[in-house]
Design a protein around this ligand. Structure first.
Ligand SMILES: [Zn+2]
Length: 590
């Protein structure tokens, strides 16, 4: 797959061509079927430049929303055949996010970036847009000077310049899925952050990013590799590009170029677990891949489990226990939200999402329920060391492939066939049960760092503890205090507005630089229907576009003050990525 694109900021589109090289496995095959969404196709030709026959087919029913099928006729014989598509994207392309220069930190140059996971790759280029197909690719991106393009591969030579334009070329030699084809274009500088790593960011942000990530990137890479049983790092470099905080995710594991939201650089390294997470995807997700989006937990649950193993390895078991508890509370909040939304089916680890856009099914369930399942399996098989051996075998067996939940299960049972306790695993309960699994996390984790948060929350529920300082706590402990209070509200307990005002006075929670704390604080305030939180909530929603924050916050704000929720959304709808805007729109009934 060879892609050549020119970025047009004025018209907000990419134009160019992509060249697919296809070979028939069965010579009776007469067509190749590609996915497209909102692309203007100008022509399709063969290797000699001769036009080939093609047509667009709209699928029936709900799937019509997922785009069209591009059916290209292939000649007789086995091939390989070239399919050259000349096309441009449109303003409706869901994969591309455009920021005006005013929306950037430096406010000098516009910026754009792509996000193809889950099924937006088809609005960037015609492709087999499924995680079950992998191919190597190269991408050439032409941008106006002085902008830089960074893409999900290794650079092929130096950029070239002509007529006020610069052209960057990248190659990804490891076969990957369409959702890992990514590019970001902006006024970027880069700094070295590790042995094989650089970070790319706007000049205003690049030093903060360097300080946040330097050295720990190597520590995380080394520790991750140990925990996956020493499996080779396949990708050459590991770089990080810092995206504006409107990014719909915390990070995206684009190979050679993790995209990381600027929201996750608070300046104290308290949110670096996301860096560990994206690094783990170098093996889980990017090498061993979910075959379908129903199997998404194989990407995210495994990754989250290993991410916390890394942090436990570096910072101790008590810290791992803390992260596990924060994650468990995220799962509790998510299950509650999905149930209230009337989507209990999405609380399954392997959900039935055949006719659902995977972006609409996206939640923390595959992450947190998935990693909880692996923690449970760790108890069953006898500990971390056994799991590391298993993970090594898992990566070795499935590297380069796309697999289903049933493949994981079969391999697990084979690997641990001598372990009697494995027979006790209730796979049906874990994989297809709804809601919270039957597993007492607290019985299995180091609770040292948990008690302090629990007792702080209890004190706030029963008194107004002017003497209680939480500033010396770790950020995750503060998150946990707020989680306990949020859960207490859900259980019908009350927290007076007087107490909330006192908390803010004592801890300056409305002014926190930590996005995870800020999110919980605004959620707690809105759910308590406390007007004192409205200004901070509005600022939060204008500054951060990550789905796992803004969706629950809009739901809470709507329940508190529906008119205000709508007004805030109308002010910010162009700031959010289109997948998020669409979902908030439907939450607010716009
Ligand atoms: Zn992930």
């Amino acid at each position: 797959l060879e892609i050549e694109l020119k970025v047009d900021f004025e018209r907000q589109l990419f134009s160019g061509r992509c060249k697919l090289l296809v070979e028939k496995l069965n010579s009776k095959v007469s067509h190749v079927l590609l996915d497209v969404l909102e692309l203007n196709i100008h022509s399709i030709t063969d290797a000699d430049g001769e036009p080939v026959k093609w047509e667009l087919i709209t699928p029936e029913g709900a799937r019509a929303n997922f785009g069209k099928a591009l059916l290209v006729t292939l000649p007789r014989g086995k091939g390989p055949f070239q399919v050259n598509v000349t096309y441009e994207t449109t303003e409706k392309s869901t994969a591309i996010q455009w920021l005006t220069k005013e929306q950037t930190t430096g406010k000098r140059q516009p910026l754009c970036f792509t996000q193809s996971q889950a099924i937006c790759g088809r609005s960037l280029l015609p492709c087999q847009d499924t995680p079950s197909v992998k191919a190597p690719f190269s991408i050439q991106v032409t941008v106006p000077q002085p902008l830089m393009a960074v893409a999900s591969g290794e650079p092929s030579g130096e950029p070239t310049e002509a007529d006020g334009l610069r052209t960057f070329t990248y190659a990804q030699e490891v076969p990957v899925m369409s959702y890992l084809i990514a590019v970001v274009v902006g006024e970027f500088e880069s700094r070295e952050i590790g042995r094989r790593s650089r970070c790319y960011a706007e000049p205003e942000v690049v030093e903060a990013a360097r300080k946040e990530f330097t050295d720990i990137v190597d520590e995380f890479l080394d520790t991750a590799q140990k925990i996956v049983g020493g499996a080779k790092y396949e990708w050459g470099s590991y770089n990080v590009a810092v995206l504006p905080s409107s990014f719909a995710y915390g990070g995206m594991e684009n190979p050679n170029c993790t995209f990381m939201s600027a929201s996750l650089i608070p300046g104290d390294r308290s949110l670096t677990p996301t860096l560990a997470h994206e690094i783990v995807h170098s093996w889980i997700g990017n090498l061993v891949t979910n075959a379908y989006w129903k199997d998404f937990w194989l990407n995210e649950g495994f990754t989250r489990y290993i991410e916390r193993r890394i942090l436990g390895n570096i910072n101790g078991a008590a810290f791992r226990g803390l992260l596990l508890m924060v994650g468990y509370n995220d799962l509790v909040k998510t299950v509650d939200m999905l149930n209230k939304q009337g989507s209990p089916g999405l609380t399954r680890l392997e959900p039935d999402i055949d006719d659902i856009d995977p972006d609409d099914a996206f939640s923390r369930v595959p992450y947190e329920k998935g990693s909880l399942f692996l923690l449970y399996l760790e108890q069953v098989v006898g500990g971390e060391e056994q799991m590391t051996k298993y993970l090594g075998s898992y990566v070795e067996r499935f590297r380069g492939r796309s697999i289903q939940t049933s493949d994981m299960k079969a391999h697990f049972l084979e690997f641990f066939k001598g372990v009697e306790k494995v027979k006790e695993i209730d796979w049906e309960h874990w994989l297809h049960g709804e809601g919270l699994p039957d597993f007492d996390l607290t019985a299995h984790v180091d609770k040292t760092l948990l008690e302090e948060s629990r007792s702080a929350a209890d004190r706030w529920l029963t008194e107004l503890p002017e003497d209680l300082a939480i500033t010396s706590m770790k950020a995750q402990q503060v998150m946990l205090v707020l989680d306990h209070l949020i859960n207490a509200l859900a259980d019908g307990k009350e927290l007076s507005h007087n107490k909330l005002a006192a908390m803010n006075r004592l801890y300056n929670l409305s002014g926190t630089r930590n996005v995870e704390i800020g999110f919980r604080w605004c959620l707690l305030g809105c759910r308590s229907k406390w007007t004192g939180c409205l200004e901070a909530t509005e600022q939060f929603l204008a500054k951060h576009g990550r789905g796992v924050y803004v969706k629950p916050l809009y739901i809470a704000l709507k329940a508190f003050d529906a008119a205000r929720a709508k007004a805030v959304f109308l002010n910010n709808r162009n700031f959010y990525m289109s997948v998020i805007s669409r979902q908030i729109s439907s939450i607010l009934g716009e």
